[in-house]
Design a protein around this ligand. Sequence first.
Ligand code: SF4
Length: 214
Amino acid sequence: MPLEKALAAALSDHPRFGQIFIQRTESGGFVLCHRDDKNVRDLEIFRKGDDALEIARYDDGGKYRPLKTAPNLRRGWQLELVDLGELRRALDYFYPGRVAVLAAWTEARLSTTPLRETLDRQSGMYRIAAKISDSQIDNVVGNFCKSDGGCLRTILWKRDARGAIPSTRLPPEKFDPTHDQTGRGENTIPALCQEACSLLVAECRKAVKAETDE
Ligand code: SF4
């Protein structure tokens, strides 16, 4: 399994993925918990990769999490998994698609899409998003994608085909896969963003609409 191989290699010196702490067990399994719960006892125990779907669904306040890489993963759980296959399954629920993107990036076969290309190919009610100005992009991306309160992914895409940076409001570390986006400076597997998500596209549309409705 190439994805599992990539995951195992990444885990060998990075025991964290986003907000998750991952420990190997002697029997070849894995124990996961929220990074803030590393030293907490009496966590609620789960034992199937599929349980991650439920754990990741709501934040600590019971609010639905539309963006799974937002820094609001709930606490209080421990997920015990028998092997690497189950770990991959669980991580795909916690951070959908991120293990596959990591594997492609590690093998230098990941392609990224400039934001303007993503916006240009929208249809229906989202077509208007392509009308967004560069300065609006600067603000929208700066607010929506920021690691502190926005999203923990490392941005690999550019603003346009000329290679402009997505937002001058984001620090250079936001584009650096070696940086721990939680800001703790710990060894962490990066959750990579190879193209703008649908939520960012919706934000771009909102910005254009706000201006045209004025
Ligand atoms: S575009 Fe990428 S970095 Fe920005 S919010 Fe969406 S997933 Fe996160």
